[in-house]
Write a protein that binds this ligand. Structure first.
Ligand code: 2PG
Ligand code: MG
Length: 424
């Protein structure tokens, strides 16, 4: 039975140069592991709270020294030298120690770093790869590798808002492996670099998640350019390579209206707009097509597009079992964007996963826009049989660490790639 011998934390920097938390967990017997946690920019209102120092003289208040002190102080005191029979025991102990509903006392960033470092140390102690350990937490074996959804173009909060929607992603559909998915994506990405240079005179400068972010004159131009890049790379749009979009519409929703273009749209009009995009472009997944609070319209969105594309909830659901239950009851979505740091522990994220699986939904396991070089997400997506993974573009090393880990997992496990899900 694992016994934590020592826990220690360090404030490190993420891919935006902002502080985040890394934790080292050492078990009796010597297995020791390190894990660090990501941070979002386009966050949902219902996300668990990250603990930040608030001292404006340092990193504009974003420092994580308090989070570090929580690990090195009360968390270590409570957990070290006690038997921790399982991940669930650890996570429940952390939740009890925190004692708040939003994890604001210890911080969701603090708690998650401990949760993942413990999981990785246990995998080491068992002598198995992390993805297998993650699978075992759910009482299963790894079955598939997640299909890639890769950021090509960025807008919204990840690129200074030159277009309101946040991401256009490519989905290598005909690829039969992670290896082939990445080489396909590379070809499309290079075609997009050439196309944006020719059209907008822009160098291949990238946004927070490594996507290209030229000054698209409109959302349609962004989507047309994506389709043109697929063609130019020699692939058939919708057959070899499809598209996914993160509309991230909570961030242009105000007073019941969507500020997408010149005229504000009602929820019904926003849905019509999404249907028009689906008519014109090979879009297979629509994330946050509506705002997180627009519960009235989500069932209509699902009814109108659920048989053509994934109706994927990010801000809507925040990986939060309570919100997911509401969405299942109201038939508001068909897929969960699973971000462990939105909820703060592996155990609660597993509960979220189990809920959506029982409703027959699909799951996209997702990174955040602020990431570290840590690659545990690739193991999680594999161990938990995520249907898709969303990590960002194929530039920037904090993204590549996850893709490269998937390549290594593929090479050692020979697991097949998950098929694109049928609509539910
Ligand atoms: C999203 C994520 C990842 P952020 O909205 O899906 O792309 O962004 O981490 O900024 O919330
Ligand atoms: Mg999103």
């Amino acid at each position: 039975m694992p016994v934590i011998e020592h826990l220690s934390a360090l404030e490190i920097l993420d891919s935006r140069g902002r502080p985040t938390v890394g934790v080292c967990c050492r078990l009796e017997g010597g297995a020791s592991a390190w894990a660090s946690v990501p941070s979002g920019a386009s966050t949902g209102k219902a996300e668990a709270m990250e603990l930040r120092d608030g001292d404006k003289s340092r990193y504009g208040g974003l420092g994580c020294k308090k989070a570090v002190a929580n690990v090195n102080g009360p968390i270590r005191q409570a957990l070290a030298r006690h038997e921790t029979p399982s991940q669930q025991h650890l996570d429940e102990a952390l939740l009890a120690l925190d004692g708040t509903s939003d994890k604001s006392r210890l911080g969701a960033n603090t708690i998650l770093a401990v949760s993942i470092a413990f999981a990785r140390a246990c995998a080491k102690a068992e002598g198995i790869p992390l993805y297998r350990h993650f699978a075992h937490l759910l009482g299963q074996s790894p079955r598939t590798l997640p299909r890639l959804t890769v950021n090509l173009f960025s807008g919204g909060k990840h690129a200074g808002g030159q277009v309101p929607i946040q991401d256009v992603l490519v989905v290598p559909l005909s690829a039969a492996s992670i290896d082939e998915s990445l080489s396909t994506t590379y070809a499309v990405y290079q075609a997009a670099v050439a196309l944006t240079a020719a059209k907008y005179g822009s160098r291949a400068l990238v946004a927070d998640e490594g996507g290209l972010a030229p000054p698209f004159p409109s959302i349609d131009a962004m989507l047309e350019d994506a389709v043109e890049s697929i063609h130019a790379a020699g692939f058939a749009p919708g057959k070899d390579v499809g598209l996914a979009v993160d509309v991230a519409s909570s961030h242009f929703y105000q007073g019941g209206r969507y500020y997408l273009g010149a005229a504000p749209l009602t929820g019904g009009e926003m849905i019509e707009q999404i249907v028009r995009w689906l008519d014109r472009y090979p879009i297979l997944s629509v994330e946050d097509g509506l705002a997180e609070d627009d519960w009235d319209h989500w069932p209509l969105l699902r009814a109108k597009v659920g048989d053509r594309a994934l109706v994927l909830g990010d801000d809507l659901l925040c990986t939060n079992p309570q919100r997911i239950r509401q969405a299942i009851e109201t038939r508001s979505a068909t897929a969960l964007l699973l971000k462990v740091n939105q909820i703060g522990t592996l155990t609660e994220a597993a509960a979220a996963l189990s809920l959506v699986r029982s409703a027959g939904w699909s799951v996209t396991v997702s990174a955040r826009s602020g990431e570290t070089e840590d690659d545990w997400l690739a193991d999680l997506a594999t161990g938990w049989s995520g249907d898709q993974i969303k990590v960002g573009s194929i530039t920037r090393s904090e993204r590549l660490s996850k893709y490269n880990r998937l390549l290594a997992i593929e090479s050692e496990s020979q697991l097949p790639l998950a098929p694109w899900p049928r609509s539910c």
